[in-house]
Design a protein around this ligand. Sequence first.
Ligand SMILES: [Zn+2]
Length: 422
Amino acid sequence: MRFAKVWQRLLGVEGTVVERVVFDEEAGAIVASVCPRKGATRRCGMCGRRCSWWDRGEGRRRWRALDLGAVMAFLEADAPRVRCPEHGVVVVAFPWARHRARHTRTFEDQCAWLAAHCSRSAVEELMRIAWRTVGAIVTRVVADAHARHDPLAGLVRIGIDEVSYKRGHRYLIVIVDHDSGRLVWAKAGRDKKTLQVFFDTLGTERCAAITEVSSDGAEWIGDVVADRCPNATRVMDAFHVVGWATDALDEVRREVWNDARRTLGNQVLADRLKRCRYALWKNPEHLTKRQRGKLAWVAYTNARLYRAYLLKEELRLAIRLKGDDGIRLLAHWLNWASHCRIPAFVELARKIRRHRQAIEDALRSGTSNALIESTNTKIRVLTRVAFGFRSPEALIAMAMLAVGGCCPELPGRPLHPEFAAA
Ligand SMILES: [Zn+2]
């Protein structure tokens, strides 16, 4: 293997000319001067079209590459501008980097992979970059993945959900493909207009192909779906129904706790009740031995709270069962809840009656509730991870990496198709 070839491999720039490599004492880094091969010069940075030369731009430019051993590495090259008939005067395309990036493609891919698999501090330390830069990188990587594969292709059953991502009630609308379990679209907002952007992007033909849309029962979502998806059944997102029951249970727990504190003046009892929150909230199959003990304590000391717990669990079971069994159990639950004399659950029974048709449709549908639940949970966890990103776009890109199937392979395994072809 020739020496230049070794450098191409090391720097991850197969198909690019490596002119020379020096150690820059000042930067404490290896700097490789490179230039695109003949056929790859003077292309528009936006569309890749061959264009006429415009000017030298800002002269030489550096891109951070993956470290070589423990030493930082940079690529350096001229960055002239061309005039594209469509995009005007733009900096040329560089085969080793995405447009507007200051890091190489392999550096960005590795960063994105790490962001999807490791903690924020691990990514920052290992790659020696700020979290905000990670946000910008992830956004570019995802845009690139979407340009190669349209996430909206072939949608049949979708879920529409609202996720709060910041205090002060800021929301994202997220669209999930129920067949793949993937996040396919998201945008900041929580109104008809934002949702209409999704259906505009999808287009009339693909809207007509959608057969099932699940949501949390919000009227404004229902209105837009009825208007745009003529062939779709609207079903209730089961994840939310269980969420309502959990909220009602929490309300009862707070009431019982307040009673113990104020009316009975029993601080010991109140404290003990307070510590039962997780035992009541978690799915019973995931309880630890200690938490099972707490639940037992609730059962023999507080009949009302335990009844509320059983109501939550029976509703969850109906949702889990699905089909005719689920529908029968839901009917039983409605009857029980309506007469349980616990205001939070009487109210919940009313709410569920209002949405009964859509819930039963969800129980009849073949969509996996477990899949919906896990995607929803992952997106909610991500909103916390992505704190510190400046824009909701970076958060969305982060979610696309983790649950949208956009995470790139680690560099070098396998070879990037562009380089493999060259
Ligand atoms: Zn162009």
